[in-house]
Design a protein. Structure first.
Length: 291
């Protein structure tokens, strides 16, 4: 049960009445209250709220029934399709405005009486036949009892001005025509300019001679190979021992030439007598010792 605030009862004099003694009476519940605060507490009580609900139910029952609006239910139309219509698509280009356009001519010789073909644009994300591709959109044509046909066109903004976009139904020839123009694309403002001396198609700059037709461009210059580099340093370890320089600045004698029948022959020492024992080296004592 939804309770109503007593402020509404105070502002509504339908159930409130003040007598000559300064008391307040509730004409709905037939009760007497000494002051306005007591009457306000009564309006928020269970007795007063129950009587309000009973009176509202009685008034709703006695009120005449209002006629309900007739809701028309439209059942889906079921018709036998007779196939796809014949069509012709013509591509056009306007050199003045640099706009591409399409002209669709669709024949409906067996179209129903007093009916006209309809067309509709559909994005790639609405259809479920082909994979989604934001670069394309679809143009649909429908007329009973023919099947719906669709054309895949670029997803470019269409120029819907009166002179560029129009459709016409010829009831005598039973042919439906629709022409549309695509808005020309604006050049990219943030695209960097080409390098000096070159053009986007690979030709030379303004001062370069024109390239003959069918001539293959020359190959790029070959970069010379890098010079040979020194071998990597030897691993860390004991460096090779360098022999001491000769005493007195004299150069050491060259090695003897090799002999064909054996190893090189070592020359004998000076004062050497064949068959005699080699001389004995002199005795040397320790420091501080007399001989």
């Amino acid at each position: 049960m939804q309770w109503k605030f007593g402020v509404e009862s105070l502002s509504n004099p339908e159930y409130k009445r003040e007598n000559i003694l300064g008391s307040y009476e509730c004409k709905l519940c037939l009760t007497l209250h000494n002051n306005e605060g007591n009457y306000l507490a009564h309006t928020q009580g269970k007795r007063h709220q129950t009587n309000l609900a009973k009176r509202a139910a009685r008034e709703a029952k006695d009120a005449p029934a209002q006629p309900q609006p007739n809701k028309r239910k439209l059942a889906p139309r079921k018709s036998v399709k007779i196939g796809r219509p014949g069509y012709t698509v013509t591509k056009q280009y306007d050199p003045d405005t640099k706009q591409h356009s399409f002209l669709f001519e669709i024949g409906y010789p067996e179209i129903e009486e007093n009916s006209k073909p309809r067309h509709r644009f559909m994005s790639s994300y609405e259809q479920k036949v082909q994979p989604w591709d934001k670069r394309y959109q679809y143009l649909l044509f429908a007329a009973e009892p023919y099947e719906i046909i669709a054309f895949k066109i670029p997803s470019t903004e269409i120029d819907k001005s009166a002179a560029k976009f129009f459709s016409y139904w010829d009831p005598d020839k039973k042919e439906y025509m629709l022409q549309l123009y695509f808005k020309s694309r604006q050049p990219e403002a943030n695209k960097p300019p080409p390098a000096p001396g070159t053009l986007p198609n690979g030709a030379g700059g303004p001062g370069a001679p024109p390239r003959p037709q069918g001539q293959v461009p020359p190959p790029p210059p070959q970069v010379p190979p890098p010079p040979p580099q020194a071998p990597p340093p030897a691993p860390m370890g004991m460096p090779p021992r360098i022999p001491p320089p000769p005493i007195g600045g004299a150069q050491p004698p060259p090695p003897p030439p090799p002999v064909a029948n054996g190893p090189p022959r070592v020359p004998p020492p000076p004062n050497f007598t064949p068959g005699a024992a080699p001389p004995r080296p002199p005795m040397q004592g320790f420091p501080g010792q007399q001989q």
